[in-house]
Design a protein around this ligand. Structure first.
Ligand SMILES: Nc1ncnc2c1ncn2[C@@H]1O[C@H](COP(=O)(O)OP(=O)(O)OP(=O)(O)O)[C@@H](O)[C@H]1O
Ligand SMILES: [Mg+2]
Length: 288
């Protein structure tokens, strides 16, 4: 016992990540009736989550066994009650949280258990749009969209500026590029945040309740931008939201989380109109 530090590591029993080809085959069989995604024989999921667990402080088990695949270009909408682990799952996917156990693979590369240097490289492949925008208040919209491109991707200022203008125009803010966040409405700020994320050309774009902090009249504009991105781009999106209309119209697949697991997933009309799980039905009944 002398001088020896005992670190408590929660005992978890997770099998190794599956072989890529085998995992893709199983995922294909499992998912093809659950999503509007146009499956191509032999393709692999862009995000593969196997037995993901996350425990805080060694005791609060927030993610218990999350298994989910997301396919290239797929729009996955995640629903679930407060505290079910939706944000924690997104934060594990871009490694803002370190998973306690399990596997996350992006294009068949395991991203769990990496060094902090590698984490930086992985994180730049993921875009994230937060409820609270997280813009730099002292920088203009243009500078907010440029800064990641120049600092992280090392693009030239000219190239970053051209891309920023293109993305700000795409979200309807071509006439606001020199405004700073305090001079913009919440909806406009969130559109800048979306332009910033898209300008990095991530492999996956994660949204964590992007419209929850907005006044109702501003929600529509932001949802419109997200809808355009989903329908006219080739972006892969995982969207946590309580906007049921968006989930139903734009989602290729709806995933319902409860108590740190995915309890149900499927085509939006199936999940909304014929939920199989009692908790899903209760939850949808309480908010629709
Ligand atoms: N850093 C942390 N330390 C301890 N507990 C945490 C931490 N982050 C989240 N939790 C706990 O994990 C649980 C799930 O949180 P999470 O934010 O993932 O839920 P959520 O589904 O996103 O909820 P909401 O709809 O309210 O945003 C909550 O009980 C929360 O208190
Ligand atoms: Mg949350």
């Amino acid at each position: 016992m002398f001088g020896k530090k005992h670190v408590h590591i929660p005992k978890v029993d997770v099998p190794p990540a599956m072989d890529a080809a085998e995992a893709a085959r199983i995922a294909f069989d499992h998912d093809k009736t659950l999503s509007k995604h146009h499956f191509v024989e032999g393709e692999h999921p862009v995000v593969r989550i196997e037995h993901l667990m996350k425990t805080f402080d060694g005791e609060t088990q927030v993610l218990r066994d999350v298994n989910l695949n997301v396919w290239n270009g797929e729009i996955v909408v995640v629903l679930g009650p407060s505290g079910s682990g939706k944000s924690t799952m997104l934060r594990c996917i871009n490694l803002l949280e370190t998973p306690t156990a399990g596997h996350i693979l992006i294009e068949d590369d395991e991203i769990t258990g990496k060094s902090s240097k590698e984490v930086g490289l992985i994180r730049r492949e993921m875009g994230m749009v937060f409820q609270s925008f997280n813009l730099f208040p002292h920088l203009s919209a243009l500078e907010n969209v440029m800064i990641g491109q120049t600092k992280v991707l090392k693009k030239s200022k000219d190239a970053a500026r051209a891309e920023a203008i293109k993305q700000l125009e795409a979200v309807g803010l071509g006439d606001r590029i020199d405004y700073k966040p305090p001079q913009l409405s919440g909806g406009q700020q969130q559109r800048v945040a979306i332009a910033r994320a898209v300008a990095m050309h991530p492999k996956v774009l994660l949204f964590d309740e992007p419209t929850s902090a907005l006044d109702p009249e501003l929600v529509r504009d932001v949802l419109g931008v997200m809808r355009d991105l989903a329908l006219h781009g080739d972006m892969t999106m995982i969207v946590v939201t309580h906007e049921m209309g968006f989930a139903r119209d734009v989602g290729d697949r709806v995933v319902f989380m409860e108590g740190g697991v995915v309890v149900e997933q499927g085509l939006p009309e199936e999940v909304f109109d014929h939920p199989k799980n009692e908790r899903t039905a209760q939850f949808l009944g309480s908010i629709e």
